[in-house]
Design a protein. Structure first.
Length: 397
């Protein structure tokens, strides 16, 4: 039995962050019912890559869910939603601030229908603060959080992290918050409002930078792939790419030099301890190391350093990462049968639980695939459903 079986989630999320949160809940057994706009659907349905017009991006984030397609701006559509809310444990949304209130579907209204409801909201800046009504997208929020200022090389431009880190972190935080609220409700019988902001999520991963600013008045400039406290800690160029190495102690430095056949560097006074290696890294040590690594392949170096139990890893391409035995052994690339795309491979479940593991049960839903099913459950007659469809209140795939 998966831990969230029996939990019903009414999912208004779209795009990435919110859909990631409800995907995690679905993987662990929650019944997640997506409410999608009739005739349009989730924004992610329009995001590449595509197969015959169907989005694999959407397929990954919405596996294991159900889809109801309706027009929530109509009274009939709102009535359907309110009936669904009455039976739900969680409502989750990631609209612009105030959107649900304008529809009359905000937390204050919905808890009148279901007093123990957990209402989870996620957006760029959250539900409070002077920026709460500003639209927020991942790139913009990486910029405003300080993360871009910490990413990149000192002589280059600030750089966003390659993946949509704001969406990934905030979606994960939201899933965790929902589970915390479910635990609280189990203990007390109380529902509550959850407020997660992408900007907060990104600000939380700046590590020591805010404390450094408070203590010292400034923070060091961007350092690229290196790290000022440890040296060498960098991605070194090879004859077929790069290899990342992390040498934390002077003893490891000796082993590192022996493994790469550069014993003359091991006892060089300029590099004899970690502090001196750091002081002289950019002015000489990096060039000396790359004079050797550029003659070797990234995987040869990886093998040599792993043999002596040093932290290292080739910089894998996405294709190379997908093909590793470790990714396969950890079930991190799994095949899913999707109605729109056929059999596709998607990233697997990150959380491994010994007694109550997650499971990907189905692919993503077609737009409105389950509209009729849930209307039938709520007691709508065939004629009523036909009338709603003819009036474009609902959509049935």
């Amino acid at each position: 039995m998966r831990p969230l079986e029996g939990i019903k989630v009414l999912d208004f999320t779209q795009a990435h962050a919110g859909s990631l949160a409800t995907m995690i809940l679905a993987d662990f057994g929650a019944e997640v019912v997506k409410i999608e706009r009739a005739g349009v659907g989730d924004l992610a349905r329009y995001w590449a890559p595509f197969k015959e017009g169907n989005s694999a991006y959407y397929a990954y984030l919405n596996r294991g869910k159900k889809s109801i397609s309706l027009n929530a701006s109509t009274e009939e559509g709102k009535e359907i939603i309110k009936k669904l809310v009455a039976e739900a444990d969680v409502v989750c949304e990631n609209f612009k601030y105030g959107s649900m209130k304008r529809l009359g579907l905000d937390y204050e209204e919905l808890k009148k229908i279901n007093p123990t409801l957990i209402y989870a909201a996620l957006n760029g800046f959250g539900q409070t603060g002077p920026f709460k009504e500003v639209i927020g997208l991942d790139l913009q929020l990486q910029a405003m959080s300080g993360l871009m200022d910490r990413t990149g090389f000192p002589d280059g431009a600030p750089t966003k992290v390659g993946a949509a880190m704001g969406d990934q972190f905030s979606g994960t935080y939201l899933a965790m918050a929902i589970n915390l609220a479910l635990v609280h409700r189990k203990k007390t019988g109380e529902g509550q409002m959850i407020d997660v902001a992408i900007l907060d999520s990104l600000f939380s991963i700046l590590e020591a930078a805010p404390m450094t600013k408070c203590l010292r008045g400034s923070v060091p400039p961007r350092v690229g792939n290196s790290y000022p406290s440890i040296s060498p800690y960098d991605a070194l160029e090879t004859n077929d790419g790069y290899v990342a190495v992390g040498i934390s102690t002077d003893r490891q430095w000796q082993k590192f030099c022996t493994a790469l056949g550069v014993e003359e560097l091991a006892n060089d006074p300029r590099y004899i301890n970690n502090e001196k290696r750091g002081d002289n890294y950019e002015s000489g040590l990096k060039d000396a190391l790359e004079a050797v690594t550029k003659k070797m392949s990234k995987f040869d170096i990886e093998d040599k350093l792993r043999e002596v139990r040093l932290a290292c890893g080739a910089v894998y391409t996405v294709k190379e990462a997908m093909g590793t035995e470790h990714v396969a052994a950890r079930d991190m690339l799994v095949e899913v049968e999707d109605k729109a795309l056929g059999n596709i491979k998607v990233p697997g479940i990150v959380i491994k639980m010994g007694e109550t593991p997650g499971e990907i049960t189905t692919g993503s839903p077609l737009l409105g695939e389950h509209t009729e099913l849930y209307l039938n459950k709520m007691g709508y007659s065939a004629d009523q459903i036909k009338g709603l469809q003819e009036n474009k209140i609902i959509e049935i795939s």
